[in-house]
Design a protein around this ligand. Structure first.
Ligand SMILES: [Zn+2]
Length: 70
């Protein structure tokens, strides 16, 4: 049985033997790449709160180091 997936762009069934797998065509592959490039897909949003950034920065600076004590 051939492996198959749905094309992430147009949801057509794509066999693993397809040249553009997991996309059904070069067009769908480029469309998907374009979505990533234009920021339609957001994995994580940047931290906008300056106080939170400062807090993160200082908590990393003040990491307790047992060797430096005493
Ligand atoms: Zn497609």
């Amino acid at each position: 049985m051939a492996k198959a997936l749905f094309c992430p762009t147009c949801r057509e069934v794509v066999l693993a033997t397809n040249e553009y797998f997991p996309f059904c065509s070069d067009r769908c592959r480029l469309i998907d790449l374009g979505k990533w490039a234009s920021g339609d897909y957001k994995i994580s949003s940047p931290i906008q709160d300056p106080d939170l950034l400062e807090e993160l920065a200082s908590s990393q600076r003040n990491k307790p180091s047992e060797d430096d004590q005493d």
